[in-house]
Design a protein around this ligand. Sequence first.
Ligand code: ADP
Ligand code: MG
Length: 340
Amino acid sequence: MTIRPLPDTLVNQIAAGEVVERPASVVKELVENALDAGATRIDIDLEEGGVRLIRIRDDGSGIAPDELPLAVARHATSKIASLDDLEAVATLGFRGEALPSIASVSRFALTSRRAGEEHGASLPVDGGKLGSVSPKSHPQGTTVEVRDLFYNVPARRKFLRAERTEFSHIEEWLRTLALARPDVELRLSHNGKASRRYRGDGGMATAERIVETLGEEFSKSTLRIDHAAAGLSLHGWIAQPTYSRASADQQYLYVNGRPVRDRSIAHAVKQAYADVLFHGRQPAYVLFLELDPRRVDVNVHPAKHEVRFRDARLIHDFVYRTLHDALAQTRAGEAPVALP
Ligand code: ADP
Ligand code: MG
């Protein structure tokens, strides 16, 4: 065998294997891009569970026409420029991988108009093959269209589930995101029907989103968490012990605004509830941990579901202490706090 470099399209398709598992991962990457671009409203239109079409339009900063090819080029990003930046990432994206990966496994189009520019432009990409940039009218912001996901990767297509299943993965992820960004209006439509609308007006929106996601009962029995120490801040809502779950299905954790799964923090929460929940019952919570981005490595996983803390033990203990104290106070007879 001779050793040869792989063609670019194939490299992108290999990367797509990690970043693009199913339509919900495409929606996640595209919505994160919209948020990084400062969007205040994001419209998501789907057909057939996102397999036929995912179209995401935002009112963010937009992309200049001559930068459209760069946006779909591998390892090209406007978000970091140095190792220093990487160690203090404040945006949701930074790998410059999502658009080239998605564009290599779909019929793709990127259309955008930058703030202050008169004209927009569009770039089609078919299965990784770049078309040419042409003028196209577009309001300020960006629209990404992804058609026929995995049409050129039959092995991948085989793993797609029923339309209903793929759609519910998207809905579930959107709920998770909606909890973290009550300042952004989110609209979801499926097969031409409006399916969900989250208004984007801060406090009120938060309360609404919590009721919608975790239910009336959770929101009536919450304890407000808001504590800071040692450069760490934890805020959000946890359920009183009278409200618990059979499974860990209502546990939402965000680190610097990014939804993540973290064993150590999940464990800290469980410990805090150890004395007040029956064995086998799970607590419900929506918790936001904020810390200096230098203290957390987000470059652990291509899809960025996991992070690594520089001082994991300290954070574990901080979360445990904060929740333990809050739960102890309710036992001392303090009333639950109403939302938001
Ligand atoms: P990353 O988000 O890691 O930078 P992506 O492949 O997701 O990589 O996007 C590449 C680049 O394209 C981004 O760095 C950004 O400059 C630009 N871009 C992508 N989506 C949008 C959007 N919705 N609005 C403005 N710019 C965008
Ligand atoms: Mg991105």
